[in-house]
Write a protein that binds this ligand. Structure first.
Ligand code: DAH
Length: 335
């Protein structure tokens, strides 16, 4: 019996060493230490050994064999897993070289393309391009936009706060929208103001098909004498036709934002007749003008803001926003 155990053990060790894949190893596993294996069969025969010493010795040999085989299986599993992973990396490396041809030139990311086109269109309509910091103060991001510390609208923005030495806790954040650039622009200059401010914004959101924690918006601000809602509607309509094409039109729907009064949301209508929601807008609230150092009795204005990524997603029929940020050349190359 001891000889049988040794033979079974040696054969099993050879089979384990010879396994070329994890699948094959799984079969070897069943065959060597499984319920129907030769070792299991020998174990079942132990009871029929009459000699007690012989039975003990055989039992010990069997246990040793099972321990040795289990160890050998585990080790081989690690080796094969590493090899399969290396193979997969190798395959993908080869796969990608097909796409990264040396003579090929790169191009801006889909979002950058949309961002730059938006700038072009607004510059064509007489706007200037403004910028603001991505790390903002509570005052610029909320307070000056008519959202005091206790304003319920603050809870619409899943804010990411920034801890840094010297700053009061909870007063510095990654900007949740591009609207604080309105305040910075008003404080930095005097009306008339005609600006757009594209940029990166941040919210504590879980990524899914339509949300990313880091995304892009473009803000618009106009402050001049006798600016009315008609100017806002006309600007949105002109923008829609230039950016999307002559077959498109726009509409405003009543809505609410703390920094505009009245507020609206604007939609665009595709030539096929579908309405797509694009962004928010309204007449700049007098408190916001005041925070920007502008007298609301003398000046009035409108503002708007919308998501660049989401617009690019609709325009190019990208099914899932996350696709745009995985960095896969095969995706980027299509646009
Ligand atoms: N800041 C708003 C947001 O992120 C969008 C917005 C709405 C901007 C209305 C505006 C506006 O300038 O007037 O949800």
């Amino acid at each position: 019996m001891i000889t049988d155990i040794h033979r079974a053990r040696e054969r099993a060790l050879a089979d384990i060493a010879a396994a070329r894949s994890l699948d094959e190893l799984a079969r070897v596993d069943t065959a060597t230490v499984g319920k129907r294996s030769q070792l299991a069969e020998l174990k079942a025969q132990l009871g029929s050994l009459a000699d007690l010493d012989e039975r003990r010795a055989a039992g010990r040999q069997l246990n040793d064999a099972v321990t040795a085989l289990t160890g050998a299986l585990a080790q081989r599993r690690v080796e094969l897993a590493a090899a399969e992973q290396a193979q997969q990396v190798e395959n993908e490396r080869l796969d990608l070289t097909e796409f990264v041809r040396p003579a090929q030139r790169g191009k801006p990311h889909l979002v950058t393309q949309a961002w730059e086109r938006l700038e072009d269109v607004f510059v064509g309509l007489g706007f200037q391009v403004a910028e603001g910091p991505e790390v903002e103060t509570d005052w610029h991001n909320f307070e000056a936009l008519n959202m005091g510390v206790t304003h319920p609208a603050r809870s619409d923005f899943d804010t990411l706060f920034v801890d840094h030495p010297g700053a009061e806790a909870g007063r510095t954040m990654l900007r949740t929208h591009t609207s604080p650039v309105q305040i910075r622009t008003m404080l930095a200059g005097t009306p008339p103001i005609y600006i757009v401010a594209p940029g990166r914004v941040f919210r504590r959101d879980t990524p899914d098909a339509t949300h990313m924690p880091v995304f892009h918006q473009i803000e618009g601000l106009v402050v001049d004498r006798d600016i009315t809602l008609a100017d806002l509607a006309g600007t949105i309509e002109a923008f829609t036709q230039v950016f999307f094409g002559a077959g498109f039109t726009s509409r405003l729907r009543p809505s609410y934002f703390p920094f505009t009064e009245p507020s609206g949301e604007f939609d665009i209508r595709t030539p096929a007749g579908d309405w797509l929601e694009l962004g928010g807008c309204g007449m700049v609230h007098p408190n916001v003008l005041r925070a920007g150092g502008i007298d609301p009795a003398e000046w009035s204005g409108f503002a708007f803001g919308f998501g660049i990524d989401r617009m690019a997603k609709e325009r190019h029929e990208v099914g899932d926003l996350r696709e745009m940020f995985t960095g896969d050349v095969r995706f980027a190359e299509q646009f």
